[in-house]
Design a protein around this ligand. Structure first.
Ligand code: PGA
Length: 235
């Protein structure tokens, strides 16, 4: 099984969400990360959900933020942390470790996004960057269960995806790093311009445990197509 996580980002309005849920509610294995205000609608339809982010604080005077306790109170199972858009626009790098701690205190599984830039890639700095992001996020956490989303920044919304060989090599290195340093075996998803056309090529990489899908996930027909293509059982 390949895990599919749909990241709607700041898209879709109430009526569009209703239509989406009506058409996807039989696909109980897909995880949806809508805006906070729609999390409950997905839960009520019996679907799995992820938050798009969480505050590093427990509660209190943090207008506009959402806490891990609040997410837990409606049984949110997963939470994305460190998406490159948050790292870039909200200076999140320094907060990620505390965010992971809040999630663990509330038994919410973190989905940690890590990714290199084109400059990292061109200067052979990819693994260094990824290992630093991992250590920055996971040090002093007693982590037992985590999902990693490898999202090269240059692949997000650009239709440029790494070659299969490149992706396979990086994903193997990420798994080795986390197994060796934290003694856990994470699932590693790939994210960045995944769509219904390139999914079959990506599916041929056994080391990829699933996908974090942005733009393409806004169309439920495409997600159903991707889900079906990704989950043909071979055994
Ligand atoms: P994309 O976004 O699929 O639109 O490239 C992926 C992401 O940002 O998580």
């Amino acid at each position: 099984m390949k895990k599919i996580l749909c990241n709607f980002k700041m898209n879709l309005k109430e009526n569009e969400i209703e239509e989406y849920i009506n058409n996807i509610k039989d696909y109980k294995e897909i995880i949806f990360a809508p805006s906070y205000i729609y999390l409950k609608s997905f839960k009520e339809a019996g679907l799995k959900v992820s938050s798009q982010d969480v505050s590093e604080y427990i509660n209190g005077a943090h207008t506009g933020d959402i806490s891990a306790e609040q997410l837990k109170s409606i049984n949110v199972e997963y939470c994305i942390v460190g998406h490159s858009e948050r790292r870039m626009l909200h200076n999140d790098d320094s907060r990620i470790n505390e965010k992971i701690k809040r999630l663990l205190e509330n038994n919410i599984i973190p989905i940690l996004c890590i990714g290199d830039t084109l400059e990292d890639k061109n200067t052979n700095n990819t693994l260094n960057k990824l290992y630093n992001q991992i250590d920055n996020a996971l040090s002093n956490t007693n982590i037992k269960n985590i999902i990693i989303a490898y999202e090269p920044v240059y692949s997000i919304g650009t239709n440029i995806i790494p070659t299969n060989e490149n992706l396979k090599e990086i994903i193997i290195k990420i798994k080795e790093k986390i197994e060796n340093t934290y003694q856990i075996q994470p699932l590693v998803l790939y994210g960045g311009s995944v769509n219904e056309n390139n999914i079959s090529i990506l599916n041929s990489i056994n080391e990829v445990d699933g996908y974090l899908i942005g733009g393409c996930s806004l169309d439920y027909k495409k997600i159903i197509e991707i889900y079906k293509k990704s989950n043909i059982r071979h055994n």
